[in-house]
Design a protein around this ligand. Structure first.
Ligand code: SF4
Length: 546
């Protein structure tokens, strides 16, 4: 039931998203808008503006969510459209991604947005740039979605940063959201996505939107995973209204994590041959997904697609026409999973959705006998690095104390000595890890894989959504987070791979000795409450006891 509203009802002003999600049980309808390239006065810009205004005029649309250079292309900034929406009393979610902005620019942008009256932010790592003036733009990825959530959470508390605790600034009041890419195929992709989701919630995400997908069992699983890990934040279900071109595009794998299977594409192709090009079918499919989301317990839907305003409203009116239990049959109908897709929970035979019982094969794969076998397949270099790290880089070890004393002396020695030692270290790490000399080493955070050289987005706080069957969307290399998962799992340590504070790379350390920075407490390890892969997490305990 809605609690007494503090918001005026005598003016055309939709209620804040925060109020709807936190103080009511309203099922929230959100529509995603993609801005155009060029000025808003151009035809394509005016078309998006008209669409947004028409949606803003309808009380059923609670929020409009505006993208930030999607697909890595330069598009009109979301706040240009958003400002017009705010003036119309329309709640807006602004997407902010880390691909084009460093942490200072993102902070500055947050102050700008807060000053202009924007309240809701969706924090994203973002897609790698795909185009640009006179050549492809370089990507920034100074921080990632988790770092962005952490930084904006601190700004909500009125602090500039950890370094200036006590420097009170006027707090921002953002409702922060995040996404989860849950329709992945492999265990080594799915599980790290769930762990990252937990870290996002811990870092300040107050609502979650999942990736586009057409598998009700996985959709159900997400809510059960959130219960399992006690992540109590509302989730909006992504409902993308298909068309033949969109289905073909998704089927081609162009957007990693968005899957249209062969079976679904066959249905789409058949329907698209009808006189209306399948439009009625696609709108009804989306309405069924909305009904399923409501039935499963999602707090709302996040509808996307290339549609007119009337089409979005049609989806909502079809949804309303269904009986309260109809969604159960729809859920059986919309289950397009990938071959050998990994699920964290067993299927419920009766509903065909997710049960609360952990995947039997997954549990069996964590038995001591299987893990012993897995350890035999782990690269020897990883075993050696683990051992060396344990003896020298673990703070309580004698090796660490000796190394610390040694580097204290080195600090007092001549520059030339420091330089030679740094070169020796760097040479060794180039051979072993393709080191880029960032000076703030994350090797122990990612099972001895270097994020600078082996991750296109320098993700230090978990995987982005950009894998296909465990391979990175850029360059088709194995994702370092999938590899790290496999390595850690062999030691029964995968579940706490992200059980730590948020890592921010310190740019000031670039080109300096990471070992000296580590032993002398200058790098992120001095701040982050990490356990470098040691078993102790609550998450692990919960899973094994389930
Ligand atoms: S994280 Fe930095 S210091 Fe560590 S191996 Fe990579 S580039 Fe080198």
């Amino acid at each position: 039931m809605e609690s007494a509203s503090i918001y005026r009802t005598d003016v055309w002003n939709k209620k804040p998203l925060r109020f709807l999600l936190e103080q009511t049980d309203t099922f929230v309808n959100c529509v995603e808008l993609v801005t155009s390239r060029g000025l808003i006065t151009e035809r394509s810009g005016r078309r998006v503006l008209d669409l947004a205004r028409n949606l803003a005029d309808d009380s059923q649309i609670h929020a409009l969510s505006i993208t930030d250079n999607p697909g890595g292309n330069a598009m009109l900034s979301p706040e240009t459209l958003g400002t017009d929406m705010i003036a119309r009393g329309q709640e807006v979610i602004i997407h902010l991604s880390c691909k084009d902005w460093n942490r200072n620019a993102l902070q500055s942008r947050a102050w700008k947005l807060a000053s202009e009256g924007f309240k809701n932010i969706l924090a994203l790592s973002g897609d790698c740039p795909t185009g640009g003036y006179q050549g492809q733009a370089g990507s920034v990825f100074d921080i990632d979605s988790v770092g962005l959530l952490d930084m904006y959470s601190k700004m909500n508390e009125g602090l500039l940063s950890d370094d200036k605790v006590g420097t009170a600034m006027e707090p921002t009041q953002f409702l922060l959201g995040a996404v989860v890419t849950n329709f992945k195929q492999l265990e080594s992709e799915v599980m790290p996505q769930y762990f990252k989701l937990a870290l996002k919630v811990k870092s300040g995400a107050r609502f979650i939107i999942n990736q586009i997908g057409y598998d009700s069992r996985k959709q159900d699983e997400l809510l059960k995973v959130m219960d399992h890990y006690q992540l109590q934040v509302p989730v909006l279900a992504n409902v993308y209204v298909l068309s033949r071109p969109a289905a073909r595009y998704f089927h081609s794998g162009a957007i990693p994590g968005v899957v249209v299977t062969d079976e679904l594409l066959t249905i789409v192709e058949q329907q698209a041959n009808s006189p209306d090009k399948g439009k009625a079918f696609f709108l009804e499919l989306a309405a069924k997904q909305c009904a399923i989301a409501k039935g499963l317990g999602y707090r709302g839907v996040y509808i996307g697609g290339h549609l007119k305003a009337d089409d979005y409203l049609k989806v909502l009116s079809i949804t309303k026409s269904y009986g309260t239990e109809d969604w159960r049959e729809f859920a059986k109908e919309i289950q397009f999973s990938q071959p050998s897709e990994f699920y964290f929970f067993e299927a419920n035979r009766e509903t065909t959705l997710s049960s609360n019982e952990l995947n039997h094969k997954y549990l069996a794969s964590k038995s001591p006998e299987v893990l012993e076998e897995s350890r035999k397949r782990v690269p020897l270099s990883y075993k050696i690095n683990r051992m060396a790290h344990d003896k020298v880089f673990e703070k309580k070890r004698l090796g660490f104390q000796i190394a610390q004393k040694f580097y204290e002396r080195v600090e007092r020695s001549k520059n030339s000595v420091q330089k030679v030692l740094h070169q020796v270290e760097h040479g060794f790490k180039i051979l072993g890890f393709d080191c880029r000399d960032c000076g703030d080493c994350s090797l122990p955070d990612i099972a001895f894989l270097c994020p600078e050289s082996q991750c296109a987005k320098n993700q230090r706080n978990g995987p982005c959504g950009g894998t296909r069957q465990g391979k990175c969307e850029v360059g088709q290399k194995e994702c370092i987070w999938s590899l790290a998962y496999e390595r850690l799992k062999a030691y029964g340590e995968e579940e706490n791979m992200l059980e730590r504070g948020v890592i921010f790379r310190n740019g000031a350390l670039k080109g300096t000795s990471a070992w000296a920075n580590n032993f002398l407490g200058r790098d992120h390890h001095a701040k982050v409450d990490g356990n470098n892969g040691r078993i102790s997490s609550d998450l692990k305990g919960r899973t094994n006891n389930s």
